[in-house]
Design a protein around this ligand. Structure first.
Ligand SMILES: C[S@@+](CC[C@H](N)C(=O)[O-])C[C@H]1O[C@@H](n2cnc3c(N)ncnc32)[C@H](O)[C@@H]1O
Length: 494
């Protein structure tokens, strides 16, 4: 009789001598489909025994309610000389009589819900399952293999990514491998606009707000506090920026967005397709999105939860599934994060206290330089510990002046931090920035104290291991075209 409530009929799971199982159904009750016996055997060999038999125990006999094919395949495995344990797990289910047990044999053999092709496709994609590999080992009769393969081909991640990358970005892009990169060049700017369109098109209003506040000087933060006191409410960032500009203060506009062209270039030069990237100061979404679009897996850590959420939204919109952000202080998260050794450490850390990112005391941009250095060294050490041997790390940095106007020597400190962590400096590239508002500020800075306007950043590339082995892990890149082009580029200092 049908009951109104649900109770468990599972008694226990324990080891049984599986060879003594008895079967209720006749031998030809189910037949193998498409070499199913061989596939199940292969599956058992690959995944081992992972699914207990379902058993009804009656008068000293264990009747198998589910697992006949597993049983047959284990027999086959034994015949093939494989070592199979005498005792294997079985889950005992209560039955009132043999008729009820027979009903359960049917229930276990039938499926109430069909796996939809789209559902299966999404599942395979989400968990990055190698479908052609696994499909040989499993049997899902509800879907048509050929049709599903078609779907998989039609929508595989490269196709999704092809849709993201406009044709204009598809030609192989490589800048000449020299120690100066000039981001002012037309080609660079053109490519940057395209990348920025891809990335920005996903931005919500809140994200624009987030960018505005994510990299302003301490002076702007102080202004925010004053405005809050005067207005008696939290001023929004549009108001703060507008007021700061009116007062002639320096406002970073878009400064927090990592240059996507530089990012693309560094992935192509110092990582390789399918590499896993670790970024201990993730900031915005650029390094994550580009990593995934180029075929890598990315793990970024950032202390700001709202930034991480915004990044995740963008990745979701773009259908990217190999990019992961972790919220928290990297000094802590790196202790807790369980990652296989990675292929590339790549980041753009806070440049001491140049930009302030949040009010969190564990945010490096809130620390005095000595304290900053301690935590910074520790985060670098923990990141390098997660890098495979014979791999690169790259930090994009820029020196910053202290209150008196002297440089902190932040670039050298970064080099020292990597050295202490076990990596040597391998390349230093100077990235020339677009001058922007520097042209206006430079005159005042120079006349007030003979400070030259800094319009570059330092791209530091480190190597862990024996440089002789680089060739083994990093493919040759075709650079011919660019070397010819180079002759026509007066901006590049050779
Ligand atoms: C220079 S920014 C990132 C560079 C650039 N703004 C970008 O989008 O690529 C540095 C990032 O480090 C984060 N940060 C600061 N202290 C941190 C810490 N202890 N752990 C993790 N992230 C931290 C900040 O929130 C900020 O987003």
């Amino acid at each position: 009789m049908m009951q109104n409530n649900i109770t468990s009929r599972v008694i226990e799971t324990k080891l049984i001598p599986w060879r003594e199982l008895k079967f209720i159904q006749q031998d030809d009750f189910k037949e193998w489909i498409n070499n199913g016996d061989k596939r199940l055997l292969e599956s058992i060999k690959k995944y081992q025994f992972i699914d207990p038999f379902k058993v009804w125990h009656n008068e000293g006999v264990n009747y198998c309610l589910d697992g006949k094919h597993r049983y047959k395949d284990l027999e086959l495995a034994v015949q093939n000389g494989l070592d199979v344990p005498e005792m294997l797990p079985a889950t005992f289910v209560e039955c009132s009589d043999i008729k009820e047990a027979a009903e359960l044999v049917l229930v276990y053999s039938s499926a109430y819900a069909k796996i939809t092709q789209q559902g299966l496709y999404d599942f395979v994609q989400n968990y990055n399952i190698d479908f052609p590999d696994v499909s040989g080992l499993i049997n899902i009769p509800e879907f048509d293999d050929i049709e599903f393969q078609g779907l998989l081909n039609k929508m595989d991640t490269t196709t999704v990514k092809e849709e993201i990358i406009p044709t204009s970005l598809k030609e192989v892009f490589i800048m000449p491998p020299f120690s100066v990169l000039d981001s002012r060049q037309g080609d660079w700017q053109k490519r940057k606009r395209i990348w920025t369109e891809i990335i920005k098109s996903q931005e919500t209003r809140e994200e624009v707000e987030l960018i505005a506040k994510s990299g302003q000087s301490s002076a702007i933060y102080e202004l925010r506090n004053k405005m809050r006191d005067n207005l008696g409410r939290e001023p929004d960032w549009d108001e703060i920026i507008a007021y700061a500009k009116k007062k002639g203060m320096h406002v970073y506009e878009g400064a927090s967005i990592f240059d996507p062209v530089l990012c693309e270039l560094l992935y192509r030069w110092f990582c390789y397709e399918n590499g896993v990237v670790l970024d201990p100061f993730a900031g915005g979404s650029v390094r994550g999105i580009i990593a995934d679009v180029l075929g890598n897996t990315y793990h970024g850590i950032d202390i700001r939860e709202d930034q991480v959420k915004a990044n995740e939204r963008q990745a979701l919109e773009l259908n990217l599934n190999k990019v992961f952000w972790h919220t928290g202080d990297s000094n802590q998260v790196l202790d807790d994060l369980n990652l296989e050794p990675v292929d590339f450490v790549f980041s753009c850390p806070p440049y001491a206290d140049l930009e302030k990112y949040s009010d969190d005391p564990a945010d490096l941009s809130n620390m005095d330089y000595e304290q900053f250095k301690d935590v910074y060294y520790s985060i670098i050490k923990k990141s390098v510990a997660k890098l495979k041997e014979e791999r690169f790390a790259c930090f994009v940095v820029g020196d910053v002046r202290d209150k008196k106007g002297f440089y902190y020597n932040f670039v050298s400190d970064t080099i020292e931090a990597f050295k202490q962590a076990g990596m040597e400096l391998y390349n230093e590239i100077i990235l020339i920035n677009v001058a922007g508002s520097l042209a206006i500020r430079a005159k005042r800075q120079f006349n007030n104290g003979r400070k030259v306007g800094k319009m570059h950043q330092n791209v530091l590339v480190f190597y862990k291991g024996d440089p002789k082995k680089i060739k083994e892990n990093y493919p040759e890149l075709n650079l011919d075209y660019d070397l010819e082009e180079l002759n026509n580029q007066p901006n590049i200092a050779l």
